[in-house]
Design a protein around this ligand. Structure first.
Ligand SMILES: Cc1cc2nc3c(=O)[nH]c(=O)nc-3n(C[C@H](O)[C@H](O)[C@H](O)COP(=O)(O)OP(=O)(O)OC[C@H]3O[C@@H](n4cnc5c(N)ncnc54)[C@H](O)[C@@H]3O)c2cc1C
Ligand code: SF4
Length: 329
């Protein structure tokens, strides 16, 4: 039995102070990641600071932006009418994740900070895991690694980022709002994560005790169409092997605006900048999409278990682009 202290924070300032002041403390939101990892013995906090009663539950449209409090659940955000009308790729990504029960508990802040599903990370009996024990090596590189990443990885760590909605949010240029002991800051989601090749043990730019208070999501421009395609081993309750979040404005058969994120392949929710450049002002047809998809996986680093993702990611992206653009397969 391990002693554990539990405190329900009264306001965001208190939550930040409590966690910042104790290296063994952690925030608790829906608990669907945090409690799993504690039960598995991967995380052993001495203090859990429950943030679920903090006033961070709102969804507020503000011009061409939607402000989403970090404690909004996945299910609440998916049901929001502005999300359905103006950023449907976010709704599709949310509903492709987990199960209804989990989505009713899981918060948006927690989703962005969910930890990898790497089986070696989640099993403390495995000694080699640079994420859990810095400097110990990586068990996945030499073993079964079907669910792992091929972009932003190296022999030090190949863990994939597991969030679906973060893939859509990174494509939309969402911004994370953060509160810490020394004040507030806003970080674009594209700058928020650190790749596994940079730092297996540190997944994002948050300092210990910094609280995500919300996410600002730009709405899509008029005329845009969007979608999220997730390829997985089962039709539900399964993480992505590959996925693609796509938003396009096409007029007169030409791509005028493209935003593309990839899931299941990156150690972070992956913004496909090269694909967007290739699509810009190009004909909206299969040949363009196939060529653009090649740039999506340029620089991929694979092990035998993940090599299939190079082709699968391209096919996923081409299909998503065709569907969103209304181009026949
Ligand atoms: C069986 C299963 C299947 C799943 N399938 C999918 C899937 O297909 N797609 C998908 O995207 N996700 C999936 N998930 C992951 C799920 O979406 C996340 O577990 C959930 O979103 C985490 O949110 P939470 O509120 O429960 O976070 P918690 O578990 O409470 O917290 C997660 C982490 O974030 C920290 N934290 C939480 N909120 C904040 C905050 N506001 N500021 C700072 N730190 C914070 C916590 O300290 C903890 O480290 C699955 C989970 C399970 C258990
Ligand atoms: S892939 Fe990363 S998380 Fe998994 S065992 Fe290797 S170092 Fe650990």
């Amino acid at each position: 039995m391990r002693a554990l202290e539990y405190v329900r924070a009264a306001d965001p300032g208190e939550a930040v102070r409590l966690v910042s002041g104790d290296p063994q403390a952690a925030f608790l939101a829906g608990g669907t990641t945090q409690l799993d990892l504690m039960k598995d013995g991967v995380l052993n906090p001495g203090l859990l600071v429950d943030i679920t009663r903090l006033p961070l539950h709102g969804i507020e449209p503000n011009g061409e932006m939607l402000h989403v409090g970090s404690l909004v659940t996945m299910e609440e955000l998916a049901a929001d009418p502005v999300v359905a009308a103006r950023i449907p790729l976010v709704r599709e990504a949310l509903l492709a994740g987990a199960s209804t029960q989990l989505r009713n508990m899981a918060t948006i802040g927690g989703n962005l900070l969910q930890r990898p599903r790497c089986r070696y990370f989640r099993d403390p009996a495995v000694p080699q895991c640079n994420k859990r024990v810095p400097g110990s090596g990586c068990a996945a590189v030499e073993n079964t690694a079907r669910m792992h990443a091929i972009l932003g990885v190296s022999e030090r760590c190949i863990a994939a980022h597991a969030s679906d909605v973060a893939v859509a949010l990174v494509a939309l240029d969402a911004v994370v709002r953060i509160q810490g002991v020394s004040g507030r800051r806003a970080v674009p989601l594209t700058d928020f994560y650190r790749t596994a090749s940079e730092s297996p043990e540190r997944e994002n730019v948050l300092a210990h005790g910094e609280l995500i208070t919300g996410v600002d999501i730009p709405l899509l421009p008029a005329g845009a169409r969007s979608g999220y395609l997730k390829v997985r081993d089962r039709a539900s309750y399964e993480f992505a092997l590959t996925s693609a979040a796509v938003a396009l404005v096409v007029s007169d058969g030409v791509v005028r605006h493209a935003r593309v994120g990839l899931g299941g392949v990156g150690s972070t929710p992956w913004r496909a900048w090269g694909v967007e450049r290739e699509l810009s002002d190009a004909p909206a047809d299969r040949a363009t999409f196939r060529q653009a998809a090649e740039s999506a996986v340029r620089g991929a680093w694979t092990v035998p278990g993940t090599a299939f993702k190079v082709e699968l990611a391209q096919r996923t992206l081409v299909r998503a682009l065709q569907t969103v653009a209304g181009v026949a397969a």
